[in-house]
Design a protein around this ligand. Structure first.
Ligand code: M6R
Length: 634
């Protein structure tokens, strides 16, 4: 994780870097720091905790030197204290680092033998020591950095500055993302982990690929591979603007993002709907197509038609689907399992990326492996993708961040189109993944001849109504805040659901854990009497997801069993459900929808309950403790 920013240009680097770090704080917020050129020397200022602490330390200071680097940290090696904050400084050299140096121990021992004294417990500091030694005999900073790369193992990205070459910055990527915004003929350059930090200055960016180096001199930016071969990098113009990432009057990004969900779902569905025929055709998936051409939208009409056919052929021939993800993306995948197995009658295995990659899974060649990830950078999901690709099995990603590693490396590409999601707790990404999984299941079912045209159109019409239903739930958000007031006094939570509602219970529990720091478990309601029922007493709150679907009666019996043991019940059901009302302290009513659409609607009350409980407890809703948005370490 961690966010890094570098700046070279006419502005005060402190201002650009701090603004950049604000947009990157979602990547970690254990500490922050900057090193900025000041009269030929790099002045380093660091602070433990959130960026606001660093900003306090910087108040009233200005730096006319025009060069600097900065960092916001999510601790991996070493406690979240100031001595471990970046930048790390060894004599003239200052570095910021995102990722992990896996041979840290070995290199430290070697460096200590050479006389290095370490001031931090991080793996990052050794990079500064290595560059310090490598400066000897180098003609510029690029030569020094390139000498040390072969010594480092792991997935990491770094920015390096040195007082010996005060007007140079070197950036190297091997894993975590690095984007370079070049303005004013390279006289002004911003480098960052995410384009959001660059957007206020330019929309023209260059994406560094793994094992590529960028060398900034104030007059030019040159790109090289690790062999030193000069690279001609393509400039990409970003199409969205930074305003999309502002709070727009909401108290928190998470709340804004919850409210954006209906529009996000429409944006996820619309590109793949043939409105005249009322059919689904997945467009620009790109199996076997050139990625750059695809993402730039440079396909001819013939190529678009061929692509639609190629996706249908892929779906027609597959015998098994695997869905891989982490956290909320994994739960979205679980819902996808119900969709695909029910509609397309293809067996699905849903896998946690962190487990999948280490259990030597058997993946038949005629499988399709779907990877779900908001960030497109989750380390375990990326490693699992690479493993599957190395076995020659076809992959399809559902990403939110375009051009992210997982998006670029997968064979086929579908997008959540959720817009920027800043809150660490995933909301828009979840519902848009469900929308895309809905479309995938309809397409596979169609390709395999499992559904009639009439059923396809019915399913699609149901899905197209999802945003309207979601809006109607959001209109009652004051009610969720009221229910949250009852819930906040409970210490433990059991979320339950059956069938497709079970993953929604898991997702609801995850939201309560990560936002309110309350112990919450998600359970398949039918499992209660096999153990968890013993947990229930008057201190336990039970959140039951019980829409009127095929399993409704069974769910109701499970609820009765819990009620008899004394737990406080919050239930979520369809319309005016008198039975649920009678059993519950709070009953949250949802509009009637098709079972495939229910999950997109049901999750909203669960998100809002957690949001309001967390907020009323004074927790930082957008940046829950110990977490980060983009988990680029194992
Ligand atoms: O970017 P990804 O979708 O791959 O992230 C996966 C998880 O880290 C993420 O969903 C996490 O569980 C969220 N914080 C949950 O709200």
């Amino acid at each position: 994780m961690c966010g890094i920013v570098g700046y070279m240009g006419p502005k005060d680097p402190k201002d650009v870097i701090i603004h950049g770090l604000e947009t990157l704080e979602y990547r970690g917020y254990d500490s922050a720091g900057i090193s900025v050129l000041n009269q030929g020397k790099y002045e380093r200022i660091r602070a433990q905790g959130k960026l606001v602490n660093l900003k306090e330390k910087l108040e009233g200071k200005s730096f006319p030197g025009g060069v600097g680097i900065g960092h916001t940290r999510w601790a991996t090696h070493g406690a979240p204290v100031e001595k471990n904050a970046h930048p790390h400084k060894v004599y003239q050299v200052n570095i910021v680092h995102n990722g992990i140096i896996e041979n840290n121990e070995e290199l430290r021992v070697e460096l200590k033998k050479q006389g290095s004294v370490f001031e931090s417990d991080t793996d990052s500091e050794l990079v500064a020591h290595l560059v310090h030694y490598a400066n000897d005999g180098a003609n510029n900073l690029y030569e020094a950095v390139i000498k040390i790369i072969s010594k480092l193992e792991g997935a990491y990205s770094i920015l390096v500055v040195s007082e010996e070459y005060p007007d140079q910055i070197v950036a190297f990527k091997n894993g975590p993302p690095l984007v370079i915004g070049v303005c004013d003929d390279a006289r002004e350059v911003v480098i960052a982990s995410d384009i959001q930090a660059i957007m206020p200055y330019t929309k023209d960016v260059v994406y560094l690929e793994d094992n590529e180096v960028a060398f900034l001199t104030g007059e030019s930016v040159s790109y090289f591979d690790i062999e030193g071969k000069s690279l001609d990098k393509k400039v990409t113009t970003i199409k969205w603007d930074a305003e999309q990432a502002e709070k727009q009057g909401y108290e928190h990004f998470m709340l804004k993002e919850i409210y954006e969900q209906p529009r996000a779902v429409s944006a996820a569905i619309e590109p793949h709907v043939d409105a005249l025929k009322n059919t689904v055709s997945l467009k620009n998936v790109g199996f076997g197509l050139d990625y750059d051409k695809l993402i730039e939208g440079d396909l001819t009409a013939d190529e678009v038609a061929a692509d639609i056919k190629s996706t249908l052929d892929t779906f027609k021939n597959l015998e098994r689907v695997f869905i891989v993800g982490c956290g909320t993306s994994f739960y979205a995948g679980m819902v996808g399992e119900y969709y695909i197995e029910n509609l397309a009658k293809v067996p699905v295995e849903i896998e946690l990326a962190s487990e999948f990659r280490y259990r030597n899974p058997i993946i038949p060649k005629d499988s399709l492996v779907i990877f779900i990830t908001q960030s497109g950078e989750t380390a375990d999901t990326l490693a699992a993708l690479r493993q599957v690709k190395s076995e020659g099995v076809k992959t399809l990603s559902i990403c939110n961040v375009r051009r992210s590693s997982i998006d670029r490396e997968s064979d086929g590409h579908l997008y959540m189109n959720a817009g920027v999601e800043v809150g660490v707790a995933s909301t828009k990404a979840f519902v848009t993944s469900l929308a895309v999984l809905n479309l995938i299941s309809i397409s596979i079912a169609k390709a395999k001849g499992e559904i009639s045209e009439e059923k396809e159109s019915r399913l699609l019409m149901g899905l197209l109504e999802a945003p309207k239903h979601m809006d109607s739930v959001l209109a009652y958000s004051h009610f969720f805040s009221y229910a949250a007031d009852t819930l906040k006094k409970f210490k433990g939570f059991l979320y339950m659901g059956r069938g497709v509602n079970y993953p929604i219970a898991l997702e609801g529990a995850l939201k309560m854990k990560e936002l309110a720091y309350k112990h919450a478990e998600g359970y398949a309601a039918g499992e209660m009497k096999h153990g968890p029922l013993a947990l229930i007493d008057e201190k336990m709150a039970i959140v039951m997801v019980a829409p009127k679907d095929a399993l409704y009666d069974k769910t109701l019996s499970n609820l009765e069993e819990s009620k008899a043991r004394g737990g406080a019940i919050i239930s979520i059901g369809t319309g005016e459900d008198e039975q649920l009302k009678k059993l519950s302290e709070h009953y949250l009513s949802l509009p009637e929808a098709h079972w495939t659409v229910n999950p997109l609607i049901e999750v909203i009350p669960l998100q809002l309950l957690s949001y309001y409980v967390a907020d009323s407890l004074g927790n930082d809703v957008d940046r829950p403790r110990n977490l980060a948005k983009s988990v680029t370490v194992e």
